[in-house]
Design a protein around this ligand. Sequence first.
Ligand code: 5GP
Length: 207
Amino acid sequence: MNEQGTGPHGSNSKEIIRKHGYLFIISAPSGGGKTTLSRAVLSRFGDILYSVSYTTRAPRNGEQDGVDYYFIPKDDFKKRIESDLWAEWAKVHGNYYGTSADLLDKGLASGRDMLLEIDVQGTIQILERYPESVTIFLMPPSLETLKKRLEMRGTESLAELERRLLNAKKEMAKKDLYRHVIVNDKLSIAIENLISIIEKYRSAKYS
Ligand code: 5GP
């Protein structure tokens, strides 16, 4: 981000962003604290629109359809791939996840800033479509910490946990694709850092 806070694109892009809203993308390995951190962002900035993803995985305890995800069957998901209805999609840990192109385009066209919680594969696709997106990667302090967090969460089987850790390693190796990297060691500090990054972009937009 440059000193004017307009991202790397200068004043023309400031005009575009003013009209279309910022796209903030948060990625983190499973158990990396994404959900907690994005909730903190959404409660701090009440006008940011959260992009609810679609997934073919089963809901976890307490997850609500249309709030945490839209839970849809695999064949429905695949049909939407054929009809080109995804802004991005990826197969993660054996399940499909995707962002609806329609929801995203409508949200941005309405001028709202949006928050996406997607993996690295999805981020690469969104950057092709919206290169001015603000990408943020949340790094766990170590793989060992991540493993402990996943074990404490206790929502995955041992095999699933191993799969998520392996994927985490691969994702962490790609962190340099992101414009910002935040180490999520102490939660309150990570939240503060994330909010201040988002604040900077937004204050440039409205100034
Ligand atoms: P979980 O099953 O733990 O909720 O999410 C697993 C992974 O899928 C996470 O890395 C999460 O960021 C990613 N994910 C969630 N929604 C989407 C999406 O719409 N697109 C992509 N590409 N990844 C997603």
